[in-house]
Ligand binder design. Sequence first.
Ligand code: CAA
Length: 383
Amino acid sequence: MDLELKEEHKLLSNMVRDFAEAEIAPIAAKIDEEEEFPVEIHKKLAELGLNAITIPEEYGGSGMDTVAFALAIMELARVSASIAVTQSVTNMVAEGIYRFGNEEQKRKYLPKIASGEYIAASFALTEPWAGSDAGSIRTTATKEGDYYVINGSKIFITSGAYAGVMMVAVVTDKTKGKHGISVLLVEKDTPGVIIGKEEKKMGQRGSNTVEIAFDNCKVPLENLLGNEGDGFKIMLADLDGGRIGIGALACGVMRACLEEMVKYSKGRVQFGQPIANFQAIQWMIADTATELEAAEMMVLKAAYLKDLFLQGKGGRFTKEASMAKLFATEAANRAAYRAVQVHGGYGYSREFPVERFYRDIRVTTIYEGTSEIQRIVIARHLM
Ligand code: CAA
């Protein structure tokens, strides 16, 4: 067992950290405050090879592994969870196309995602009546000649207004339940794609989250990803990888919380001494550092297992991905709570970044499968 990161991983981590500190940190509070999707930053992230980290170079990707992906997301999230989630979802969609697409689809879409011609990509699964119960979606796609005609609506779609292409889960055969679900690749400018209201969110407000309606939206039959009826499994299998990304995001926010707690407690004087001298504060810092260590190990282990799985050298990593997401996101929420607590009244003020971390981290136990769903997935694998 080798717990040491490879040289290429360290180099990537350092590169992303340097970029995040130089270019993202100065605008992180502003994009939150103004609910702005930072287009220029996402173009630069694509130029750095961070839109399609695990996609082979022959399709324009960076040809790295999932450990590299997780490390990059950690570094982005340490500075801005908004930017990290956009990148995580874009990479998840690129990977869905790579794993389940045919050669033509890979050649058509992956270079555009990787290069930033498509600055983002979306994963359109959730509907107003189908959240945790993703198998109950109602958006339909009916075959008409050489086309599928899509009707229905999706909600909470990350990057929806900016995505060049999206994976859209649709019902192609109502008689077959979950086995009647398929995935279509839909380009944003396709007539009949209607980008609806943007969510006013509690946190991660520099990411874009929208409703999308499909009104007689025609897409060619060749845009079917994988086989008809395999769509539910494709979405869930792709989400296994996405959940590693959200676990990594949580680790990044947790690290930022830890750093801010240490910094503030050393500078803040009460009762004639820095509050860092008090055991109550030290315990909060120690617990956060310990949980961060555990969360990072779990996320990187899930990433490593995913790489083995993709190389045909290991079994499915679904359980480990869910465990990593569950633990990291719950622990990060505890960390953000403590970080605000250590800052006292100042932690409740927007002048200090922990206020943003507290709001940003809340959704991580909800999206890409709630903590309750992760527990169901884990328990099913154990029983
Ligand atoms: N990989 C491959 N196949 C899988 C799988 C996986 N991880 N999980 C399940 N399957 C297969 C099952 O083997 C089963 O196959 P058969 O029918 O052939 O036996 C089929 O899929 C159906 O599985 P289940 O019967 O277990 O399905 P279920 O209806 O009980 O649902 C669930 C399972 C785990 C609850 C699932 O619905 C789920 O994960 N729900 C949460 C949805 C979710 O995460 N949404 C996130 C939205 S995207 C998002 O948030 C992104 C963002 O923008 C930030």
